[in-house]
Design a protein around this ligand. Structure first.
Ligand SMILES: Cc1cc2nc3c(=O)[nH]c(=O)nc-3n(C[C@H](O)[C@H](O)[C@H](O)COP(=O)(O)OP(=O)(O)OC[C@H]3O[C@@H](n4cnc5c(N)ncnc54)[C@H](O)[C@@H]3O)c2cc1C
Length: 444
């Protein structure tokens, strides 16, 4: 389809031209350098990840420096900067200085992706984004709970967040392009939740047990979101949780008390080989439910690729995810088109930092005679900041996913983001390496 490809090039080129200049963000340039170093060397990357993982548990700067040097000793080809750092670890004073620098580094990295320790802390950032024409979805960090008490605490944090976000967003100024599409009004406040944080009983072999337990906590959250006009989005996690998550969302939203709200959504992961069948299932539900607000479907590629591949190989199974990146990207484009064609039964949100995937969605939407406001584009805080800026400058409806919580709760999230940023296959890495725009926008 040559004309579609031309449109993608034009849209992608216009967006790229609106990216803020790196020169104005020296700290971001430094981050990019650190990510580049670790993406080039697998041993260094592993050492960095193990260090990030252990940081919240370290009791002193001395302790932290010992862990850092211990991990780095396993790296054969250390860049000279790291060799110099390791020499500092010979004395106690040197270790304290090294530990402080390393702790500051991890905190700096975390702050790039996490907007505050609590929703209240995050309100300044959320207000700022909104004023600049950017909506948000707040994610309360915490996942894979192991006790009922932990799940209760997560649900209580969600309840508080719904109240806080509803009252804060009510005072924000009007931003018409964020507040309605051709189906009707869109809630200003938006919260993303994870099922594995709402129950410790997620078991792939008995999905109904986790579903029952999570439903006890999700139902009151849906009621509260409905009463306060807040959108509730249910994230998708690893494949183990997929069946429970889908069934939970469908069964709860079908309950008569939710026929008129709240606005709610689910996630489809294009890296899964079975995602076309999962989309069939979502559309079959959306087209037959008696519920009035359309289900929002957020299409992403999927954040658990490394986990799914390793877990399947341990059992000698074929991974449930595509193993060739271009296959995943092509599937993403096919699913994008199918979702856009399925409106108004669903609302479509495209979650990607890949300029090609995003420009493709915008071009297909226009080809289908869709209005730009009937397509939402979503990015992650810290990874999609430049794209977010370019999209809002061009008047698109953009929503930034903003995680909130402390470093301990955020560690799994932080590691996923670092994996994404340092993966050789990732679009962001290609872009950082300076691959030409024409190549970045080529069909997968
Ligand atoms: C707003 C928002 C919400 C999100 N919510 C969720 C969520 O609920 N659940 C979830 O899982 N993810 C979620 N994500 C994360 C998302 O899955 C990743 O950010 C996304 O995969 C990165 O893709 P990309 O298009 O930005 O980049 P690209 O660089 O184009 O794609 C990278 C992705 O390609 C896939 N991939 C990498 N290597 C290969 C390979 N060799 N073969 C096949 N595929 C490969 C992986 O999925 C990898 O993440 C969300 C993202 C956003 C923006």
């Amino acid at each position: 389809m040559p004309s579609l490809q031309t449109d993608i090039r034009v849209i992608g080129g216009d967006l790229a031209a609106a990216f803020p200049s790196r020169a104005r963000h020296p700290l971001k340039a430094l981050d990019a350098k650190a990510m580049e170093l670790s993406s080039q060397d697998q041993e260094l990357k592993a050492a960095l990840f193990r260090f990030v993982d252990v940081t919240p548990a370290c009791r002193s700067l001395d302790d932290l420096a010992r862990h850092l040097t211990g991990f780095l000793e396993e790296v054969d080809d250390r860049p000279p900067q790291l060799d110099r750092a390791m020499k500092m670890a010979g004395s106690r004073a040197g270790r304290t200085a090294l530990g402080a620098a390393a702790a500051a580094g991890v905190r700096h990295m975390a702050h790039r992706f996490i907007v505050g320790e609590s929703p209240r802390d995050a309100l300044g950032v959320l207000r700022d984004l909104w004023k600049r024409g950017v909506a948000a979805s707040v994610d309360l960090l915490g996942e894979a709970t192991v006790t009922q008490d932990e799940a209760d605490r997560y649900a209580a944090r969600c309840t508080e967040a719904i109240d806080e976000l509803a009252s804060a967003y009510a005072k924000f100024p009007d931003r018409p392009q964020l507040e309605s599409d051709s189906t009707g009004p869109l809630p200003r406040a938006n919260l993303s939740v994870k099922v594995s944080a709402l129950t410790p009983l997620l078991r792939p072999e008995a999905p109904e047990v986790g579903e029952r337990d999570a439903a006890r906590r999700l139902r009151p959250l849906l009621q509260r979101a409905r009463d306060h006009g807040v959108h509730l989005h249910i994230d998708m996690e690893s494949l183990d949780a997929l069946e429970t998550t889908m069934q939970l969302v469908f069964d709860l939203l079908d309950e008569p008390e939710f026929a008129d709200g709240p606005s709610a959504g689910i996630v489809l992961q294009a890296y899964l080989r079975e995602s076309p069948d999962q989309l069939d299932r979502i559309l079959a539900w959306a087209e037959t439910t008696a519920r009035r607000p359309p289900l929002v479907v957020r299409l992403v590629k999927g954040a658990y690729w490394d986990h799914e591949v390793v877990a399947a190989r341990q059992h000698g199974w074929q991974p449930p995810v595509f193993e060739v990146k271009a296959d995943c990207d092509r599937n993403f484009e096919t699913l994008t088109r199918r979702l856009l064609e399925a409106r108004p039964a669903v609302r479509v949100a495209i979650g990607s930092h890949n300029l090609r995937s995003v420009a493709h969605a915008i071009a297909v939407n226009r080809e289908l005679q869709g209005d730009d406001r009937d397509l939402e584009l979503q990015v992650l805080r810290g990874l999609g900041d430049d794209l977010q800026h370019a999209l809002s400058e061009h008047g698109f409806r953009v929503r930034t996913y903003c995680p909130v919580g402390d470093l301990v709760a955020g560690m799994a999230y932080l590691v996923r983001r670092l994996l994404e940023n340092t993966s050789n296959d990732s679009f962001l890495n290609e872009q950082a390496k300076g691959v030409a725009l024409e190549e970045l926008l080529a069909a997968p």
